[in-house]
Design a protein around this ligand. Structure first.
Ligand SMILES: [Zn+2]
Ligand SMILES: [Zn+2]
Length: 240
């Protein structure tokens, strides 16, 4: 009831054009096809589009990523970039409902097919979380987990500290720098809990670009005893 009243006073805003959205919709009808979706076939590692005759995109062929079963929905173009920026930096938490709905519409079967024991959002540093009030990846993981009945463990991965700006580093230092930025919360989750209950993990994040963040998180989880890691992002851009 409160929600209905709130929606009457503050209608949901469109994740694309920012206009008011009719009640019970997550995006306005004019914008329903405005965001470009990643077309199949997909790279089986990262989820980006590939040509018919290959399983991996060029980047996944040349890099030794530890994850598999990549899922992503949208092309990270200018429109999606703006929408994501509203979502992450300007408090538009409600955009998560639309993104989650689209993830499920396109890939619910791929997620349940991978059958993760848990979903783990990519963490942000606690100072950033305090400032922003939420971690956007958590909102996504929670929405997906709730719909599919998969548990979400928000504190399995911890963000240690702010990293040195990645741009200033070479490729090798980048991965080392990023890996140091994350840790597994072994104080709370023992090796035996991980081995028993978190065998298969799907990491959830908002955007996939080079895969280096996903890879850093994957390595930490594999080192901690997770057997397999899949990855899910809302949008994927061209890597470097
Ligand atoms: Zn719109
Ligand atoms: Zn790929």
């Amino acid at each position: 009831m409160i929600n209905v009243l709130l929606r009457a006073v503050y209608p949901r805003r469109c994740p694309h054009c920012r206009g008011a959205v009719p009640a019970d919709m997550l995006i306005c009808p004019e914008c329903r096809d405005a965001f470009k979706k990643i077309r199949p076939p997909y790279c089986i590692k990262c989820g980006r589009h590939v040509n018919d005759d290959t399983e991996y995109c060029e980047e996944c062929r040349s890099k030794d990523h530890g994850y598999s079963n990549g899922i992503s929905v949208f092309v990270y173009d200018a429109g999606m970039k703006r929408s994501m920026s509203d979502f992450k930096f300007h408090g538009w938490k409600e955009n998560a409902d639309y993104y989650v709905d689209e993830v499920l519409r396109s890939h619910a079967g791929d997620i349940t097919g991978f059958a993760p024991d848990i979903l783990v959002p990519v963490p942000i540093h606690r100072s950033k979380r305090a400032l922003r009030g939420y971690n956007q990846a958590e909102l996504l993981a929670e929405g997906i987990g709730r719909a599919l009945g998969i548990g979400v463990v928000n504190d399995l991965l911890i963000r240690n500290r702010k990293t040195v700006a990645q741009k200033t580093l070479g490729q090798e230092n980048r991965s080392a720098n990023l890996k140091k930025a994350f840790a597994c919360n072994t104080a709370k989750y023992s090796e035996s809990i991980i081995a028993r209950s978190f065998r298969k993990v799907m990491i959830v994040d908002d955007i996939y670009t080079t895969g280096s963040t996903m890879e850093a998180c994957t390595r930490i989880l594999l080192d901690a005893g997770v057997a397999r890691v899949g990855i899910l992002s809302v949008a994927a851009g061209a890597g470097t």
